[in-house]
Structures are given as C-alpha cells and as structure tokens.
Ligand binder design. Structure first.
Ligand code: RB5
Length: 146
C-alpha cells in the first residue's frame, strides 16, 4: 500500500454512522483508512476532530481526508485553520469533483444531517476519483496558500 492511498477519517458525534459507512466504502475502493474516531455518540466538539484530521494530512501521514459533522461546516472551518489544508463542504458530486480538479482540496467535508448515505458515498467517489488539473489552477491554489 503506497502513502498515496492512505486516508484519514474523522467526525463528531453527529456523523458516527455515516463515517463508518464511508470507512467501509473507501476500504472497498482500495484505500488504507486511518479512522481517528470518535467511537461513541457521546456529545463532543467538532473543532477537535477537524484539527486532528487536518494535522494528519498536513504532516503527510495521510494524503487525503474525509471529515463529517452535522452540517459539515464547523469541522471544515476547524480543518482549514491548519496550514496547508484545503477543505470544502460538499452536498453534490459536481462540487466534490471540482474541489479536487481545480482547488486541489486535500480534505472533503460532508454534513451527515444534510445528505443521505447514498449521496454521501457518491460524493466520496467523485472526490477520490478526481485529480488536480494543475496549470492555471496551480497558480490560484498557490495564491490561497499566500
Ligand atoms: C452538533 O450538534 C453540530 O453543531 C455539529 O455537528 C455541526 O453541525 C457543526 O458545524
């Protein structure tokens, strides 16, 4: 298994079931999964889990990440505070593909209270099956990084 096939998963309490479904799905697709929890549905704080997943990607330990909370928004905000992280919330497959192709997003965020499991797994496929196109998009991504 190469490092390029290692993905970190994380969520808060609102997205435990969907995170487990995503874990099974990405494993089936051939990815090595590092699921950093949490395990129980006890109420927790999404910033902790967004930051922890983002640090796995920023350090190079994992090349991509998928994070989830109720809306996908709060955990995305926390992840994007970590330097080198480009995370977008997606509720549709077009956006999930485009954040890889144009924005070189390295983390996908999903709202477990927004999309059902079937759509969520299609969103995951769109994200993981797309590749960054580089070129003019690389210039713009460099501008994001400052
Ligand atoms: C938890 O109730 C909820 O606020 C959280 O999962 C998320 O939606 C925050 O953005």
């Amino acid at each position: 298994m190469t490092a390029s096939k290692r993905i970190v998963l994380s969520s808060d309490h609102a997205a435990i079931d969907l995170r487990q479904a995503v874990a099974a799905h990405v494993t089936e697709k051939g990815w090595e999964v590092e699921d950093i929890g949490p395990v129980t549905t006890e109420s927790t704080h999404y910033p902790l889990h967004g930051k922890a997943a983002a640090e796995k990607v920023a350090s190079g330990e994992c090349t991509l990440g998928i994070i989830l909370c109720g809306t996908g928004q709060g955990i995305m905000m926390a992840a994007n505070k970590v330097p080198g992280i480009r995370c977008g919330v997606c509720s549709d497959t077009f956006s999930a593909r485009m954040i890889r192709q144009h924005n070189d997003a390295n983390i996908l965020s999903i709202g477990a209270r927004v999309v059902g499991e079937g759509l969520a797994l299609d969103i995951v496929d769109a994200f993981l099956d797309a590749e960054f196109e580089g070129g003019r998009h690389a210039t713009r991504v460099e501008m994001i990084e400052g």
